[in-house]
Ligand binder design. Structure first.
Ligand SMILES: *Cc1c(COP(=O)(O)O)cnc(C)c1O
Length: 451
């Protein structure tokens, strides 16, 4: 399998190169040069365990990594999950299921990809002998998951940008209380979008990228999207067989990475009915799917901070498919959006997507109602998934464990939700650095701390 950029379908790279670069040199995002057809595999795959399914899936994509090495990377990646099913399904009603994606070490769905990516990086360092510097921007959970995916892996130094004061205190502790010497949490004054924009500009400096061995852990990295495809497959196989094809996947969405993974699985021939893009009050994607206008607004901090995003990186991947692989069209749309903050699509094709928006008030009342009705506690991000707009059976992706957001849970239902893996951070000192959210300041900090 070869990989191309959304902004140039002519130059092709291997899986390992796509993972190593993160962002393509032209600023585009990598995608497979063609999507494989999974239909012939569905019967035999439906009985596999989570790690076996993951191996079968990646064998189609990571074709430049020897099978034994790939299998070992995958085996190691799901060991620290605290549920034997890895991604278990909870039944609230016959036609209302929850896919729990918070059983990994940092209690958010990001662990699925970042445990895998951490082990993949370790393998690549061994093969190439080159150290890497990871640069990421986080709205809370990516940073924690990346840091824990890379913890203790020699040859990797992690630099994670996050908006100071705009992530939950426990999310901050997961990043800043690791006592690891190769981890640099960088608090910036600004929003996640400011952090992500600065980070992308650093990636576009290829000279610097080569100098430090720069790698990406954000969902601009295709390995993350592919790793997330696996839980859609796993969930699909575990839906009641007679109505598998009637279920809509409801996905709390910020950067469009998670839901894109599901959509790609559908494009590969898995008969998933459709997707609901569930946003919080930062609703650029909801407005897009409602009106066909992609228009950036100022980020308003919400109770679901990991979705406080107005520029959804992964939308560019969907866009590529929407314009039938015309990378010039992608470039023009992105250029117009960058310079004016708006792009108006004529005849916007929403494919099998629907969308919803949930305000902070609604998040709190949903947490309360779900708890009363089902004796089940959802985190503020997952709560957005309960703003159901589609009729028929639905499976809602639970993207984080409620214990990560104790203040909101306590205010909504008066309950203190704890989790042992968070408790252990509370007594440790916070180590964080402050840096200006501009590319030069970030590069300088990285150079100084890589020595
Ligand atoms: C990252 C995150 C999201 C948003 O996922 P995207 O892939 O950015 O759409 C939603 N919920 C939680 C808990 C997250 O950590």
């Amino acid at each position: 399998m070869e990989y191309i950029s959304t902004r140039n379908s002519d130059s092709k790279v291997s899986f390992s190169q796509a993972v190593e670069h993160g962002l393509a040199p032209d600023g585009g995002l990598y995608i497979p040069s063609q999507l494989p057809n999974l239909k012939p595999h569905l019967d035999s795959w439906s009985v596999l365990s989570y790690p076996e399914l993951c191996k079968a899936f990646f064998a189609l994509f990571a074709t430049d990594i020897p099978k034994t090495a790939l299998d070992e990377i995958i085996d190691r990646s799901y060991l620290s999950f605290d549920d034997p099913a890895i991604a278990p399904i909870r039944k609230l009603e016959d036609d209302l299921l929850v896919l729990e994606l918070f059983h990994g070490p940092t209690l958010a769905f990001k662990d699925f990809a970042l445990q895998f990516l951490g082990n993949l990086y370790k393998y690549q360092i061994k093969v190439t002998g080159k150290n890497i510097a990871v640069l990421g921007a986080t709205s809370g959970d990516t940073g924690a998951a990346a840091i824990h995916g890379l913890l203790g892996k020699s040859g990797v130094t992690s630099f994670i940008l996050y908006p100071n004061g705009r992530i939950s205190p426990l999310q901050e502790r997961q990043m800043t209380c690791t006592e690891a010497s190769n981890v640099f949490p960088l608090a910036i004054e600004g929003s996640f979008d400011d952090a992500q924009t600065a980070m992308k500009t650093v990636f576009e400096d290829r000279e610097f990228a080569d100098e430090v061995g720069l790698s990406a852990v954000n969902s601009i990295n295709l390995a993350r999207i592919l790793a997330q495809c696996v839980y859609y497959l796993s969930a699909f196989f575990r839906l009641p067989e007679e109505k598998r094809e009637d279920f809509t996947f409801v996905v709390p969405t910020g950067n469009f990475g998670n839901v894109l993974a599901g959509w790609m699985v559908q494009q590969m021939g898995v008969p998933i009915k459709g997707f609901q893009v569930a946003t919080n009050q930062n609703d650029i994607l909801h407005r897009l799917f409602e009106t066909g206008v992609y228009s950036q607004e100022v980020v308003a901090p919400s109770l679901a901070p990991s979705m406080d995003i107005q520029v959804a990186s992964n939308f560019e991947r969907f866009l590529y498919y929407m314009v039938n692989g015309d990378s010039d069209a992608v470039c023009n749309i992105i250029k117009t959006f960058k310079s004016t903050g708006t792009f108006v699509f004529e005849d916007f094709n929403r494919d099998t997507f629907s969308s919803s928006r949930t305000s902070d008030e609604d998040i709190a009342s949903i947490i309360e109602n779900v708890y009363k009705k089902y004796d089940y506690v959802v985190d503020p991000h997952t709560a957005c998934g309960f703003a159901k707009t589609t009729n028929g059976p639905a499976i809602i992706l639970a993207t984080a464990h409620p214990a990560k957001f104790p203040d909101t849970i306590e205010k909504s239902i008066g309950l203190e939700v704890l989790h042992p893996s968070l408790e252990r951070f509370k007594a440790k000192p916070i180590v964080k650095y402050s840096v200006e959210p501009n590319p030069d300041a970030i590069k300088q900090f990285m150079r100084e701390h890589l020595r």
